[in-house]
Write a protein that binds this ligand. Structure first.
Ligand code: VTB
Length: 317
């Protein structure tokens, strides 16, 4: 994979963030998502890849662009699989709340799990805890292991969990174990990445969220040397049938980073609203500043990039 692709991908997520950044707090999540999607799609056209969207905005009949199976890129260069969420956290963007990002990952063809749009149980941690977690064990036992690996107390750990009724039991157990909790309303990709950044204030992402978001999180964690366990959560037989149609037959399989994001992975994200990992788009007279992270699994290089955009010379925004 051409290493310059990583820096090209930043342009894609910056464009998406700048486009939906104008919709922060406006109460219109659909308009924000559409703006991000159109900008991401437009910017992808300038990149020398033969990309196939495998994690996207929906099936072909659901999404006008960036749908599953869509071909993107200039059509020359590497054959790659693309996983996108042009605006991960549409609700939080529309309310001006923390944690929304524009994100994309690519890998060699066949590398991504073609995750159906359903739930996935997830545990995500950083490099210091690689090989330590086990999704079959209780939250308490996982926290004990993480604290030991980090040479700290459970009370020093912070766990990020989606604020949902399905997590009430786990939240109670984690509180009883002594760890701190950061409940989020939406957006569990950014916290999974933050868990792999020492000093971010996040030690573990835990709980049930979207399976497509799990592939994006695993892409980043693979590049960072982090660890993740995922297990699909089927709500009904229709979801089981759809998974089967997508080639999934072991419904109890525990997915690791390599299962979710195999191959030569490149990941990029740009903050839309402020978060633990990236600050949101900041506007000033004549321009805006974006904050992004880009990383490659081959080199394990992680770049945090602040870009200042001059709208007089880039009139799209
Ligand atoms: C999850 C999470 C996402 O939406 O998919 C969530 O992974 C949906 O969960 O980051 P609910 O069905 O319980 O609302 C996000 O938070 C945002 O897309």
């Amino acid at each position: 994979m051409d290493r310059n692709l990583a820096l090209e991908l930043i342009r894609v997520t910056e464009a998406a963030a700048l486009a939906c950044g104008r919709w922060v707090g406006k109460g219109d999540k659909m308009a924000a998502d559409q703006a991000a999607t159109e900008a991401m799609r437009r910017t992808l056209e300038a990149i020398d890849i033969c990309g196939t969207v495998v994690i996207g905005e929906g099936e072909m009949d659901e999404a006008p662009m960036l749908y599953i199976g869509e071909k993107v890129g200039r059509g020359n260069g590497h054959e790659v699989d693309i996983a996108v969420d042009p605006l991960e956290g549409t609700n939080i963007c529309s309310k001006g709340m923390n944690g929304s990002i524009a994100t994309i990952a690519l890998t060699t063809r066949g590398g991504f799990l073609h995750a159906p749009d359903m739930y996935m149980e997830k545990i995500a941690v950083g490099p210091s805890c690689k090989g330590v977690i086990d999704i079959n064990l209780s939250p308490t036992e996982n926290l004990r292991r993480i604290a030991e690996a980090k040479s700290c107390y459970i009370e020093d750990l912070t766990v990020v969990i989606l604020d949902r009724p399905r997590h009430d039991k786990a939240v109670a157990e984690i509180r009883k174990a002594g760890a701190r909790i950061h409940l989020i309303s939406d957006g569990d990709v950014a916290p999974a990445i933050a868990a792999a950044v020492e000093g971010s204030g996040v030690d573990m992402l835990f709980g049930i969220g979207g399976a497509p978001e799990g592939v994006l999180a695993a892409s980043a964690l693979k590049c960072m040397g982090g660890d993740m366990h995922g297990r699909l959560v089927f709500m009904n037989n229709e979801e089981r049938d759809r998974a089967r149609q997508m080639g999934i037959d072991d419904f109890d399989k525990i997915y690791h980073c390599e299962d979710l994001a195999g191959g030569d992975v490149v990941f990029a994200a740009t903050g839309v609203t402020n978060g633990d990992l990236l600050h949101g788009v900041r506007y000033y007279s004549g321009g805006a500043e974006t904050h992004s992270v880009v990383m490659r699994s081959r080199s394990r290089t992680i770049r945090f990039i602040k870009s200042r955009h001059s709208f007089d010379f880039k009139p799209l925004y």
